[in-house]
Ligand binder design. Sequence first.
Ligand code: UDP
Length: 305
Amino acid sequence: MEKGAKIVVTGGAGFIGSHLVDRLVHDQAGEIMVYDNFSRGLESNVKQHVGNPQVQVMQADLLDYPNLEKSCAGAKYIFHLGAQSNVMGSVQDPDSSFRNNVNGTLNVLKAAQYHQVQRVVFTSSREVYGEARSLPVEETHPTGGKNHYGASKAAGEIYCQLFSGELNTPVSILRLANVYGERDYGRVIPLWIGQAVKGENLTVYGGKQEIDFIWIDIVVEALLRAAEYDVVGCPINIGSGQGTSILDLGRRIIEISGSKSKLDILPARSAEVVRFAAHNGRMRSLLNLQPPDDPLYGLYRMMAA
Ligand code: UDP
């Protein structure tokens, strides 16, 4: 990336966004603007940058277009991570999911086009595939989604392709698998670590799930490389390539924590995808990124924290 450039990170106080901001600051990549409405993002995720003139925090909504547009003035790169970011939340409030993920993305793209931003990196999701026909899932698999979240990300991608093609605003599209790491909350790994540490049973919704878990550091690296690679508008899966059984995940968390917890099998939630593993050939060849042998290697670090 061009040194000293202005970089906007939407959702920059969120789980993935704040790790990206840390890395950009560490690399002295440029002048960074964290654009976040703090609905799910946390001030504590960016407090380490308070007083750093390299980092500006803008508390604002993606739906506030005039503010977003002004914030993007002079930007060379926009990492667009701000979103309504979980499946069950989108089912409970489909309108909010649509507003944040479709209108919000359109606003980012309009602002990027207006200011002739050099590259937008859009974080899409494996949820765009819905329940896949077979595993591992290639990027050419039909999209549509099994829930409102998947549909909203698929719609966001279509706008990215429009802007990237006809409207001359280069966009990289990453379809993230299930990202895990420190600072996340409310998702299966942090929830289960919390339950195991307290000796409570781990709540398993269904138990047939196979999930492709990918450690946060690899995702941050993918985002940075995506800002530079020269194929735009073409989605790339970011995943380990392996489907981990959710029951194995539970057993592993119990084992590492030395807990006496058991698995408590509850009814499956129908909106959720049951099986996913990413085909990661593009990630390896276009981004030159190798996934780890053990997708859960980051668990040890999370549990030591
Ligand atoms: N899950 C579970 N127990 C929990 C939380 C989640 O069994 O206490 C399962 C959930 O049913 C889903 C998977 O874990 O199949 C991933 O859900 P999560 O909420 O972590 O991520 P997302 O829905 O955003 O993919």
